[in-house]
Design a protein around this ligand. Structure first.
Ligand code: HEM
Length: 396
């Protein structure tokens, strides 16, 4: 193996700061990689991630989906019947109809965020649009008072650091989660004994499936999961996508010309989600010894599904390193995962991204990166995406 890619500490955020050469090398030469620092396996090929994700009996989520971190009672750490029921209960509050109804509200939020920026001719894509938008959307759905959105987002940002592995779970992470749990209790107290509201928490408390309801613990962790899913990943897709469009003025203008073509815009959104791949990985635990690529994953060992590598796998994507909003997706990207845990918020994320692009591109022209402030990306082995992307532009 090239010396550069020996003995990688895959949980170390620095390993993923500029990951493409490493991921390419591992996918092609070490498709099942053992990280000796963290005692974790990793897979990189699209087909391997699909095979593992579609077989929860052999590769379970019930031991947790973050490296060496224990499972919590949310749906993402259940399999089989337990998973089906719990996902069903949460999905009752989060139905496709309910999500479709959010579109005008999402549009209002985007316009409200963009309007003060347009005359300025400059903005930070993360701070001014991509971070507040999904937090407001999920915060409003959950019934969180607007003045608390920014502080909740800060808490989530902090405790997500812990998702990189036990060595990253420090006091700050524990305190942030404690503060989130307190916020959850306050929300429940405000809802009271007889929840009638249209907010998600009230809907989940009311939800009943085959005579079962969510327990108190499940409610806390589903609330956390939806808040994390809602606020973190869509931010990366939107800011990372606009950043890439700023590097491709021809594609940006093409998108403007085709803004009325829903299918075209939706395809552009898929390319953005493939390109950014907001999660580096999710994990599974082997329930028996499994042979793969000439090596053995032993029962009880964890395997990381390295999504960005799979989304650049040339076996499925033509010119995988080319950003192309007209890409012909013969294979779907894998950014939302695969199988029974396929992202429950995918349609909401897609809608937020589409509406934000429609409003942004129709109001802004000549989008370009600000040469005085090069983009800075989050350093993490869990979440990918810009931390700050300053752009310059003119109003259309
Ligand atoms: C571009 C944005 C998003 C990306 C890339 C993304 C990615 C993912 C991935 C990879 C999984 C699979 C986890 C696994 O297999 O272990 C997942 C599951 C999940 N996501 Fe998302 N997500 C996004 C947006 C959202 C949003 C907006 C929400 C909710 C508001 C959400 C809620 C969930 C939930 C509840 C699950 C668990 C599903 C289950 O276990 O059955 N996600 N997401």
């Amino acid at each position: 193996m090239t010396k550069k890619f020996q003995d990688l500490d895959m949980c170390d955020p620095k390993t993923h700061d500029d990951p493409w050469e490493m991921l390419e090398y591992l996918r092609e030469n070490e498709p099942l990689y053992w990280d000796p620092h963290n005692e974790l396996w990793y897979v990189f090929r699209y087909d391997d991630i699909v095979e593992i994700s579609r077989d929860p009996e052999t590769f379970t989520s019930t031991e947790g989906n973050r490296p060496h971190l224990p499972p919590d009672p949310s749906m993402i750490h259940q399999d089989g019947e337990a998973h089906r029921k719990q996902r069903g209960l949460v999905a009752q509050g989060f139905s496709p109809k309910y999500i479709r109804q959010q579109e005008p509200h999402i549009r209002e939020i985007v316009i409200e965020l963009l309007t003060p920026r347009i005359p300025e001719g400059t903005m930070d894509l993360v701070e001014h649009l991509a971070a507040p938008l999904p937090m407001r959307v999920i915060g409003d759905m959950l019934g969180v008072p607007r003045e608390k959105h920014a502080s909740i987002l800060e808490l989530i940002d902090k405790f997500l650091q812990g998702g990189q592995g036990p060595q990253y779970v420090d006091d700050a992470v524990n305190e942030a989660f404690g503060a989130f749990a307190e916020h959850h209790e306050e929300m429940l107290a405000a809802i009271g004994e007889d929840p009638q509201g249209d907010d998600l928490l009230s809907r989940w408390i009311r939800a009943e499936l085959e005579g079962e309801k969510l327990t108190e613990d499940q409610l806390l962790f589903e609330h956390t999961l939806l808040n994390v899913g809602g606020a973190e990943t869509t931010r990366s897709a939107l800011s990372g996508g606009l950043e890439e469009l700023a590097r491709h003025p021809d594609q940006y203008e093409l998108l403007y010309q085709k803004l009325d073509d829903r299918e075209f815009v939706e395809n552009a959104c898929e390319e953005i989600i493939r390109w950014v791949t907001p999660f580096h990985n999710m994990f599974r635990t082997a329930t028996r010894d499994v042979e793969m690529h000439g090596k053995v994953i032993k029962a009880g060992q964890m395997v990381g599904l390295q999504y960005p590598a799979a989304n650049r796998d040339p076996r499925h994507f033509k010119d995988p390193y080319k950003f192309d909003i007209t890409r012909d997706f013969t294979t779907k990207h894998i950014s939302f995962g695969y199988g029974s845990h396929f992202c429950l918020g995918a349609s909401l994320a897609r809608m937020e991204l589409r509406v934000a692009l429609e409003e942004f591109v129709s109001r802004i022209k000549n989008l370009r990166l600000d040469p005085a402030h090069p983009p800075v990306w989050v350093s993490s082995s869990f979440v990918r995406g810009p931390k700050s992307t300053r752009v310059l532009f003119e109003a259309r």
